[in-house]
Design a protein around this ligand. Structure first.
Ligand code: SAM
Ligand code: SF4
Ligand code: SF4
Length: 399
């Protein structure tokens, strides 16, 4: 039986408008039960494709020039095929996805990154990128200036950053990039993964970025390291979380004074305890938001929800969204069979976060989720109320 969809009305089923090749505009409200819906143009009858996805996150390669201590990327020297990637981007634009975001691994290790960026720009979508900032050069500025936003990862002041990024000199190199960006027209910001090795230098790091980069940057966001078997030891203790929160309060005040954008303000300032408890997972109380805002794409295929971890191994986005597996994944989410949400991560959506907060307030957490990922399957072991609960073993050919 399908779950009611009325509670996911605003983010998933809000009306969307597409312009047909004949020039006529058609407005359609997604059902919330399909990842892709086909609607005839009222004027000429041509088929228009609708999806609720607004952004496609592309992990261009698993490979990276760094090996940060918290990163889950296997760093295999595999690079996404250029034609496959271009096709996915073109189809994303065709079905109404408005933002393409490049990530990785490190996007700048991809041998054809310039060609891929140029293709993305040609589609008329917004293009974003997350980079460790170590490989960017002056000659890249004209391209970078076309980005909607470039996020540079900075994990602390020099010693903490180099320890976390596991290579001496990384902070200096990244700061050179920040200096270069500060003197350009690029819209840029930073992201920090909070953890045991930097919880006490968040303020120092922020000040250094402002000193080197000036005030016209966006303090994009903090991403808290997630609980996976390899990184659980990097989690902050409750005391360390409190120290981190005090600094975030200071940082937010400084951002207000300097007109610096402070992303995720509400969750970081007012719901930090919930946010920092990465050992707990909260399924949004008002229901899963899948099909949601962000679709993931990597060498392993498409992910209707990165966090759920099931991949649809297809080259075509339209085929993937129309597949039986896509329908199964959406149905499982709506039927509450997926309980893998980590608080706030991969959400960046007020409505979704409100659902997570409501579930946290009601004490409905799934504790100690362990996600074991391999290229085509994910195993989630759920521990609730101190005892081992369900084990979901999800394969890419069905549950
Ligand atoms: C996976 S990286 C890819 C882009 C690029 N290589 C970089 O480091 O910015 C994307 C973002 O995720 C962050 N990140 C890495 N490991 C993480 C983890 N375990 N939990 C949350 N965020 C993480 C990185 O710091 C970076 O800001
Ligand atoms: S630079 Fe980015 S992709 Fe590379 S290891 Fe670090 S977090 Fe992972
Ligand atoms: S993790 Fe599961 S419950 Fe949460 S949004 Fe993704 S599919 Fe839905």
């Amino acid at each position: 039986m399908n779950a009611p969809v009325s509670t996911i009305e605003s983010s998933v089923t809000k009306p969307r408008t597409r312009r047909c090749a004949c020039g006529h505009e058609t407005t359609h409200r997604m059902s919330g039960r399909e990842a892709l819906e086909r609607v005839p143009c009222a004027a000429c009858g041509a088929t228009l494709l609708f999806t609720s996805y607004e952004r496609m996150d592309i992990a261009l390669s698993e490979y990276c020039n760094l090996s940060c201590q918290m990163c889950r990327r296997p760093s295999e020297t595999l690079f996404m095929d250029v034609d496959v990637c271009k096709r996915a981007m073109s189809e994303a634009a065709q079905v109404g996805v408005g933002i393409v975001s490049f990530s990785g691994g490190e996007p700048w290790v991809h041998p054809k990154i310039v060609q891929l960026l140029e293709h993305a720009f040609s589609l008329g979508v917004k293009v974003q990128m997350v980079s460790n900032g170590t490989l960017l050069k002056e000659k890249h500025l004209p391209l970078l200036e076309q980005l909607d936003c470039l996020t540079i990862s900075v994990d602390g002041s020099e010693a903490a950053h180099d320890k976390i990024r596991q290579r001496q000199g990384t902070w200096r190199r990244t700061m050179q990039t920040i200096q270069m960006l500060a003197g350009s027209k690029v819209q840029w910001g930073t992201n920090t993964v909070m953890q045991r090795d930097n919880y006490d230098v968040l303020w120092d790091s922020f000040r250094a970025i402002q000193e080197i980069g000036g005030f016209k940057y966006a303090y994009c966001g903090f991403s808290h390291v997630e609980v996976v078997p390899e990184t659980a030891h990097l989690q902050m203790t409750p005391e360390e979380s409190r120290a981190a929160h005090e600094q975030l309060v200071r940082i937010e005040a400084a951002c207000r004074q300097t007109n610096t954008w402070f992303n995720d303000r509400e969750m970081l300032l007012h719901h930090f305890d919930t946010y920092a408890q990465k050992g707990k997972r909260y399924r949004p109380k008002d229901g899963c938001k899948i099909p949601q805002k962000f679709i993931g794409f990597s060498d392993h295929g498409f992910y209707l929800c990165w966090h759920q971890g099931r991949n649809i191994r297809m080259d075509s986005l339209v085929d993937a969204l129309s597949s039986d597996l896509a329908r199964d994944i959406v149905r499982e989410g709506l039927e509450k069979r997926c309980v893998a949400c980590n608080c706030f991560n991969y959400a960046w959506d007020d409505e979704w976060n409100a659902g997570i907060m409501a579930s946290a307030a009601a004490g409905e957490s799934v504790e100690g989720v362990v996600a074991l990922r391999t290229p085509d399957r994910v195993k989630l072991r759920l521990v609730t109320g101190g005892s081992v609960g369900n084990t979901l073993d999800l394969h890419d050919d069905g549950v």
